[in-house]
Ligand binder design. Structure first.
Ligand code: FES
Length: 156
């Protein structure tokens, strides 16, 4: 994931790709986040200009969706499933533990590790499920969680 900003031409390409239509803002933002992991402030300003929207309009959409982060994510991303089967098997308590263990809130980043919720990883039979840097783990206890994240933190 790119931690530096997104250059103007690249941003313009996203706008053109979606026909420079203001009603495609969500899709444009999704494409940017998918590729770059976050939306820099300068990109938000440029999108507003090129789509003839106010900056408040664009910020409103960005702030509405948690996935549209305005800070770069850490190099490691930990996702904890919050969907029904995992909730029934303790994913809320696991999430509380993860927040405490990693020293961040959900959606936050600490020591290069970003913690995010996810809604079903297709691993319901092995709930609660966690995904760490794209790899799914099942039946994750708090102890197992700590084992899995050991070494992810900067300087660990
Ligand atoms: S509900 Fe958590 S993996 Fe499906």
């Amino acid at each position: 994931m790119a931690r530096q900003g997104i250059d103007k031409e690249t941003t313009s390409q996203y706008v053109r790709q979606y026909g420079a239509k203001a009603e495609m803002l969500v899709q444009i933002l999704q494409a940017i986040v998918m590729r770059h992991g976050w939306i820099p402030e300068q990109t938000i300003r440029q999108l507003a200009d090129e789509l003839n929207l106010s900056r408040a309009d664009v910020y409103g959409v960005v702030n509405y969706y948690h996935d549209f982060r305005t800070e770069p994510p850490g190099n490691h991303v930990v996702k904890i499933c919050q969907a029904e089967a995992c909730q029934a098997m303790g994913s809320r308590a696991l999430t509380d533990h993860a927040c405490q263990s990693l020293g961040t809130d959900i959606h936050g980043t600490s020591e290069d590790v970003t913690l995010e919720p996810v809604y079903c990883l297709g691993n319901c039979a092995c709930a609660p499920a966690v995904m760490i840097d794209g790899k799914t783990h099942g039946r994750v206890t708090t102890g197992r969680f700590d084992e899995l994240v050991t070494g992810l933190k900067e300087g660990a």
